[in-house]
Design a protein around this ligand. Structure first.
Ligand code: FRU
Length: 576
């Protein structure tokens, strides 16, 4: 074998990786024997013969401990994600990523993550993103023994959506994350089938006895993204250290009459008054996006109760296929329903896949809205698959910063990021409000300097915040970088609107009408999160074009009155 490196590994160190065979350049390569081996002294303790041309998962635990020699043939085997960890210490240390390139092994333990994360000019520094490969929805959010756990939709072998796994990370403050080993794998080897599906989205559930479990959807093979698949709901009891599933079984495998194959993304709670479990699922009923309600006496045997919500036909007529990632929770004495309508195009603005909320009551298993219309949750649309959970008496949510409208430029080692953690509330008009969780203040590095009034100087690559209060109608905020204009946020004709460098004008990113009283804007290497009027109106955009800001300009109209204005520069959450 062409490459050899020495490794030292404590007793119990576990190696996990995904590999496939490279396309053969010659006959000789095609018939090669062993292509990857771990040797302890003279003994081979792990080996791989030429693998198939599709990805496979491999794992080795070094029970003996001590020095290892790793040999591999990089002409034949291609390793995508590769990491090692000490199962006892991994919750603090995280995994060490291993990169086999050009005959060398580069190890990236936690201390090396800041350099890795900062080296990508487009990688946000205040938000979670996977070390490499693809992520989408936040899953399984929970607060256990004083630490926040984040699981997420993960395709470990490339920066594109594919067979789904659950990635895992842990944090003490919702901002600084430690990468942990992959938690859930797809049930079948989808890569070998050339199929999609796997461990789809789901959530954490704390039972009446305080025990933690996870409910999620397994999509059984689909050779086509939109048909020939089946979705079933599964229940996972995790190991005590939350590193792997202890048990994993199907608890619900068929939707009610009228539903088709979209039947996913469970959120479960325990109804203490009735002494029963409840679950909502995203689906479509006779083609209308819908949220289904299920009930159970033991959390394992589920019965269909009713259609909790069915979208007006407007949504189906404008392309909505189903509800995804429904969230349903009690907040300040009301119930809040949050839904994503995948496929939907809003006819007046052209925006896709919007997220909506509605506040209501929930009695006798019936959701009764207290507001006449759905509330659009994010006018910028790069805020999807939101999931919330309860921790320290707050309802906290994350969402995936993506809308399929723009893609990360090819060549990046990863795709997908999470929003800032947002604390949810219900205001006097029964609207859901979202504001960043206050921990961000501890991450500020210094106040931005102003070259002239309202003209802030930014350090390219550093996250920034701008907060304003006053009578702000008519205001414009322009972010500029060396390569031109990055974004404009403007209050025009009574609405907030946002444009980024990619916009060609076909889609209008604008809010519902508002008189602007306060505004907080975060910009972080292409991620723009806007919070207006105490979080009643929010807008999120992801731009990949001009991500290094040099200046931020405030342009007031005649009618604008700014009472207070502050600008902050931020430290990276990866550097700690
Ligand atoms: C939303 C979603 C979910 C599904 C998951 C698959 O983005 O489509 O409905 O469970 O992503 O990755």
């Amino acid at each position: 074998m062409s490459n050899i490196v020495e490794l030292d590994a404590a007793r119990g160190t576990r190696f996990e990786f995904w590999a496939r065979r490279k396309a053969a350049k010659s006959r000789a390569e095609d018939s090669a024997g062993e292509v990857f081996a771990l040797r302890a002294g003279k003994r081979i303790v792990y080996r791989i013969a030429p693998p198939p041309p599709y990805c496979q998962f491999y794992a080795y635990t070094h029970h003996a401990g001590g020095p290892l020699t790793l040999e591999w043939d990089e002409n034949i085997i291609e390793l995508s994600l590769f990491y090692r960890f000490d199962p006892i210490r991994v919750a603090e240390e995280g995994v060490t990523f291993l990169d086999l390139q050009g005959g060398r092994l580069v190890a990236r333990p936690k201390v090396a993550w800041p350099t890795w994360c900062e080296s990508d000019p487009d990688r946000p520094q205040l938000r979670f993103s996977p070390f490499q490969a693809w992520m989408n929805d936040p899953n399984g959010l929970c607060f256990v023994d004083g630490r926040y756990h984040l699981f997420y939709q993960f395709h470990p072998v490339e920066a594109e959506w594919g067979p789904m796994h659950w990635g895992h990370a842990v944090s003490d403050d919702l901002y600084r994350w430690t990468h942990l080993p992959v938690f859930l794998h797809p049930e079948q080897n989808l890569w070998s089938l050339g199929a999609t599906g796997g461990a789809f989205s789901g959530s954490a559930f704390v039972g009446p006895d305080g025990g933690l479990s996870f409910y999620y959807t397994e999509r059984l093979p689909a050779y086509d993204l939109f048909k020939e698949y089946k979705e079933v709901q599964k229940l996972v009891v995790p190991s005590a250290d939350l590193l792997r599933p202890e048990t994993n079984r199907v608890v619900l495998d068929n939707g009610p009459p009228g539903s088709a194959h979209d039947f996913r993304d469970p959120k479960v709670w325990y109804d203490a008054a009735g002494g029963e479990y409840r679950m909502v699922l995203g689906a479509a009923i006779d083609g209308d996006p819908a949220v289904l309600l299920y009930g159970s006496e033991d959390g394992a045997d589920w019965k269909f109760l009713s259609v909790l919500y069915r979208a007006p036909e407007h949504f189906r007529q404008h392309g909505a296929r189903c509800v995804e990632c429904p969230d349903f929770f009690e907040l300040d004495g009301r119930f809040v329903l949050v839904m994503g309508f995948v496929g939907y195009t809003e006819p007046t603005t052209g925006r896709h896949n919007l997220l909506y909320a509605q506040v209501g009551t929930f009695d006798d298993d019936r959701f009764m809205p207290l507001t006449p219309a759905l509330q659009e949750l994010d006018f910028g649309t790069d805020f999807y698959a939101m999931q919330s959970f309860r921790a320290k008496e707050r309802q906290i949510a994350f969402a995936w910063l993506f809308n399929w409208e723009f893609r990360k430029p090819a060549g990046s080692p990863y795709s997908g990021e999470l929003s800032l953690p947002r604390v949810l509330g219900v205001d006097a008009q029964l609207r859901l409000t979202m504001l960043p969780e206050v921990g961000y203040r501890a991450l500020r590095s210094h106040a931005l300097t102003q070259a002239a009034a309202g003209h802030f100087i930014c350090e390219p690559g550093e996250p920034i915040e701008l907060s304003l209060t006053g009578a702000l109608d008519g205001i414009r905020i322009v972010g500029r970088g060396g390569d031109g204009e990055s974004f404009t946020i403007a209050h025009v004709s009574g609405r907030l609107q946002v444009n980024v460098a990619e916009d060609a004008g076909e889609i209008e990113y604008r809010s519902t009408p508002l008189s602007l009283e306060n505004l907080t804007v975060f910009f972080d290497r292409g991620v723009l999160e806007i919070f207006a009027n105490d979080g009643v109106v929010c807008g999120t955009r992801r731009t990949y074009k001009v991500t290094a800001l040099t200046a931020l300009e405030l342009i007031a109209s005649g009618a604008t009155r700014i009472d207070a204005c502050e600008g902050w520069s931020y430290n990276s959450v990866w550097r700690w």
